[in-house]
Design a protein around this ligand. Sequence first.
Ligand code: PEP
Length: 247
Amino acid sequence: MKYFIGNWKMFGVPKSINILNKINSFYSKDKNRKKYGVIITPPYTLIESYAKFFKNKKIYIGSQNCYQKDQFSSNTAAISPYMISKVGAKYTLVGHSDNRDEGDTNEMLKNKVQFALKNNLKVVFCIGENKKEKKNKKTFSVLRNQILKVLEKKFNKNKIIVAYEPIWSIGTGKIPTRVELEKTTTFIKKVLRSIFKKKSPAVLYGGSVDGKNIEMFKKIKEIDGFLIGGASKSSKKFIDIIKNYYR
Ligand code: PEP
């Protein structure tokens, strides 16, 4: 099973549901649809209406983040995993580099993962090295640390997906080479197996994925899907990625 996850970031108003409608009509007729799942993470403001609309369809709605507390609290503007789950989201991203930049610590991320799982949300846990870390050959140690400081054996691995998103690649058009990505994905799965034993959770790639470079990514069998930012705001670009993946 492969995943195509569209992260809309700070984009979208109610009528942007047209984009999802187009993706849904492609998906419902696609002969390959049993091989993959589509998840879209719009901003908080759209989760409830989109999730209602797509309730009985196979497109799932997720959140881009969640607060590190379980249900209700006195934190202004915070939105908990419980609240997200109650409006129909099935997934949440945790640890996107945008949020790590804004101060998410490993301890906060661990709480987010724990409370998201408790509230029946599947977690897409994002990890990735920055440009300087890559240049200094620190990629593996950074990734190992990001995983081991947050994920625990007690978490249900079937509800966790890891998205490898090199920060230097997000929104830049720069992507890793095939060899680099094969090595990194294999490494990430090895670290995940050291926690969860036997089978690793799914590992996705994210960073400047588009309808052209998917030709290279699809050759890497270890990659279980993609987290797509910029290209997910256009139904055509998002559909092209899926079409070219199965071509
Ligand atoms: C992202 O922000 O998660 C992302 C992958 O963005 P982009 O595809 O635009 O690089």
